[in-house]
Write a protein that binds this ligand. Sequence first.
Ligand code: M1P
Length: 232
Amino acid sequence: MDGTLTPARLPMTQEFARRFHAWQSTAKNFIATGSDYAKVEEQLPPEVIQAFTGIYCSMGNVLKAQGKVIYENQFERNEQLLEKLEQYRQNTTYPGKLFSNYIEERIGMINFSVLGRNCPYEERQNYHKWDNEHHERRGIQQELLQLFPQYDVAVGGTISVDITPKGKGKEQIAHHLRKTYPDEKIIFFGDKTFPGGNDYELATALRGLPNTEIVQVSDPNEVLDYLGKIVL
Ligand code: M1P
C-alpha cells in the first residue's frame, strides 16, 4: 500500500483513487501490506476498499474481503522479545524526541519502532534520514534474528521493523493466492522488492511459482502507468 497505492502513511490522492477505482472492475485485485486494517481504512477511500477482491494486512496474517474476515493468524506473546524491544527503546542513540506506541501488537505480528508510531510526519522523516546514516533498524533486525530464530524480522517502511513467526511474513500471501487461484497470472507491484526490502520475501516466493510477474515501482504513478498499458 505505502509507496505503491499511496505515499507512505498518507491518504490515496483523489486523482489516483478515481483512475485506480475505474481499473479495479477489470481484474481481481488485492493489497499485500504490513499495515493493519485500520491503516488501510485511514489511507484508502471506502469505494476502493470495497472493490478489492481481498486485502491481506499485517504481513498476510489477516485476510479481509468486503469488510469480512476470511482468516486471521494469532501471534503468541513472548515476554523476552517484548523486554528486548523495551531495551532498544531505552538504549537508542537517536538524538531526537521519542513518541508513544513504539510496540504495536497487531494480529499475527508485532510492529516495532524505536521512534514511536504516534510521531508527527516530520519526525518520521527525521528518523528515517538518521536511520539511513546509522542503520539502527538493520542492527535491530540482525540481532533479533540471532536471539529469536523463531521469528522473521523485516525492515518495514520508514521508521519500523515488522516481526512475524517464521514463514508468516508477506511470503505467505504468495502461497495463499496460488492455492486459491491455481491457474491465474499473478502480477505483483512492490516498491521494495530488492534484498533487504519488505517486499523481497513476497517477490521471491512469487518468483518460485509459475505464471507470476514482479514489477518494481518507485511510486504510485508508476503503478497507474503500468495498469494503463496491460490488457488482462
Ligand atoms: O510500507 C509498509 C509498512 O508501513 C509501515 O511502516 P513505517 O511506519 O515504518 O513506515 C508499517 O505499517 C509497517 O508495518 C509496514 O510494513
